[in-house]
Design a protein around this ligand. Structure first.
Ligand code: NI
Length: 391
């Protein structure tokens, strides 16, 4: 029984997860995390193809019989958040926390690697484990991993993300666009400084910035098909030097997201058009710079059906929920542009232990009972995918 094999690692998985939780490393600094993970994959005899990645890696579990190559991905980075859960295994590093559950992802995927390694003699094919850095920080770690060859020859890819809205024991699936494209941009409005009392001799970058911010929301209301969700948000604004000086420059830090690939390609152009028009009408200038872009995360329906079959067989028909798409970004989307695959949501909600807070909250808590659930889903999915590729 797969379930018995999975449960054998339950206590170890919880210990792994707590170790990782206590030692969080933020994007592109995952040096100790990478070394810790590599110890495990080397002990299991996984083969690590050569690459030049500073953090993160990928390693192959080669089955005893030949067959296709499939991939399982976990992200490995934490967030610059100060943990406030008060858990006995809370983060040991002030200002850093696994507040998005990537510690749970790592423990789940590592569990799957152990179980599948125990089944190596039955495996017809290779399972590649992707330990991806920098999910939280655009431009993200997916593209560097792909540039290092992580997807070469891969037929199908699976990923997961914990979900505090789904009860432990369930998973969430959604076909097609499920997470948003991301267009992160920096915008500077450039006017001309002057005395606060003599606006006619200056070009007020602050007033212009205010108009730009409001006008950009009109893209959502007037330029994009209203049946398509889209957000344009500015998270930071700074400008000006003194009360009695008209500001020369205002800097804005923005992000635009949508679930529609068509809107995603339109958005940068629309933003530029509006900014150009509003600044011209005020006699101001602007600089608009793209910081990062992610595609829409679109789950493959056939891969979702495979995950659904595996999950309902193991846990019953109630265990699979349809999750609502959301406008968060996720660089797993980059892999899905290259190969068919899906990211499932792993339910970790358990009010009794406080596991009901949102991602990125300093109070974020995950139900560790979900570890074996996610592991069983991955193991069944990998076995089924290799099996179906053969027939
Ligand atoms: Ni995350």
């Amino acid at each position: 029984m797969i379930r018995d094999r999975v449960r054998r690692y339950r206590d170890e998985q919880i210990a792994w997860r707590r170790h990782l939780h206590q030692h969080p490393e933020v994007a592109n600094e995952e040096v100790a995390t990478t070394a810790w993970l590599r110890q495990h994959t080397e002990r299991l005899g996984l083969v690590e193809p050569s690459h030049n990645l500073a953090t993160g890696f990928f390693a192959d579990l080669v089955g005893d019989q030949p067959g296709p190559l499939i991939a399982i991905r976990t992200d490995i980075d934490a967030l610059p958040i100060h943990e406030e859960t008060g858990l006995p295994f809370a983060s040991k590093y002030p200002g850093k926390m696994h507040a998005c559950g990537h510690d749970m992802h790592m423990a789940t995927v590592l569990g799957a690697a152990h179980v599948l390694n125990d089944l190596r003699s039955q495996l017809a094919g290779t399972i590649r484990f992707l330990f991806q850095p920098a999910e939280e920080k655009p431009p993200g770690g997916a593209r560097p991993l792909m540039a290092a060859g992580a997807l070469d020859g891969v037929r199908m890819i699976f990923g997961l993300h914990v979900d505090p809205d789904l009860p432990t024991g369930t998973i969430g699936l959604h076909d097609g666009p499920t997470m948003a494209s991301v267009y992160d941009f920096d915008l500077t409005i450039i006017g001309q400084a002057g005395h606060a009392a003599r606006p006619h001799n200056a070009t007020d970058a602050l007033v212009t910035a205010a108009e730009v911010i409001t006008a950009l929301q009109t893209i959502v209301a007037r330029d994009i098909d209203p049946t398509e969700p889209i957000v344009i948000t500015f998270g930071e604004i700074s400008g000006g030097t003194a009360r009695n000086v008209i500001a020369e420059r205002v800097s804005l830090v923005g992000t635009a997201r949508t679930l529609s690939p068509e809107s995603a390609t339109q958005l940068p152009e629309l933003i530029d058009r509006v900014v150009s028009g509003v600044t011209a009408s005020r006699g101001a200038n602007y600089e608009l710079n793209e910081v990062a872009r992610y595609p829409v995360l679109s789950n493959d329906a056939a891969v979702n059906r495979l995950l659904e079959r595996c999950t309902t067989t193991a846990f019953g028909s109630d265990a699979v929920r349809d999750t609502r798409p959301m406008l968060g970004g996720e660089d797993f989307a980059c892999y899905l542009e290259r190969v068919p695959g899906a990211m499932f949501r792993l339910g970790i909600r358990n009010e009794a232990i406080g596991a009901d807070k949102s991602w990125h909250s300093p109070m974020f808590i995950a139900d560790e009972d979900a570890l074996v659930v996610g592991t069983e889903v991955f193991v069944n999915a990998a076995l089924t995918a290799l099996d179906e590729a053969r027939t």
